[in-house]
Design a protein around this ligand. Sequence first.
Ligand SMILES: [Zn+2]
Length: 327
Amino acid sequence: MRPAAASASTSGAASAPVVPSAAGSTAAAVARRVRAVQYDYEARDKELVPACNLCGGRHLVEVSRVDRYGFPAVLRVCARCGLGFLSPRLTAAEYADFYAGVYRPLVSAYHGRPIDADSVQAEQREYAEALADHLGAALDARPRSIMDIGGSTGAVAGPLADRFGAAATVLDPAPDELRVAAAAGMETIAGFAEDYDPAGRTWDLVLLCQTIEHLLDVGATLAAIRGMLAPEGRAFADVLDVEFMIRRRGAVEGAVKIDHPFSLTPATARGFFAREGLAVVSERMADDGHWGFVLAPSEPAEPAWDELEAGARRLLDRAWALRAESP
Ligand SMILES: [Zn+2]
């Protein structure tokens, strides 16, 4: 999910302090709407994540204990590489239930407007057009087949397939959203990328758009993507830079949400790509904090651990300084 565009709130300026939150809503209004969704996060089944998905490290820094919805989700950052992740987090079965019935109502409550398959379709059209422009310039050849992992309603895969004259496949865990993609003529596969076995099938373009933070195993999914790429194929993946979002929201807590088991930066993303044999051939900085990468199959390489460790320290220092400055 892309964050809603921030709108300035001018109400209650002097007398009653207003905490700007989602799209100009006060924190109290957001809390009220989230309570009305009646999702009992504390009662759901959870699992600990003992080691870092990027470097395997176990030296973790507990950074925050509440997410943007007010749920008690603990964000830990790996001291060796800077990867952020929730631990404990919901189990895979709980996440499946969450996406089937809770995710859209919860995001709608947070933003104070209905966000469903139809509105996602409209909002992502602009994203798809901008991405098509970028890929049109970055790709050497027009893709004839496109796989969109976590592709929702096909709102991105559809316009890209039209632009390039390609056939689109959408893989997503949310059945309601897949129905929209199927109605538009796309091939659909229900499930998580980590569990999907393509049985040797490959695609010219594999997309992981605004999805990497939602995965339960980033490394395994990128390895699967590597395996789905045709020899001259390309992948596109973007990360919502958690450092950008912490700065934009003014606090770590504003950048953490239970629907993001992982929090990445461009640096940790590059570490994953190197390790899984995906070479960066083009990059794109979007206005909303997403940093995109066009990737080509290559030999797996060791990530630059020293740089990652320095980046981890910088991220932690900035989050700490921001906490000191917050009221
Ligand atoms: Zn790590």
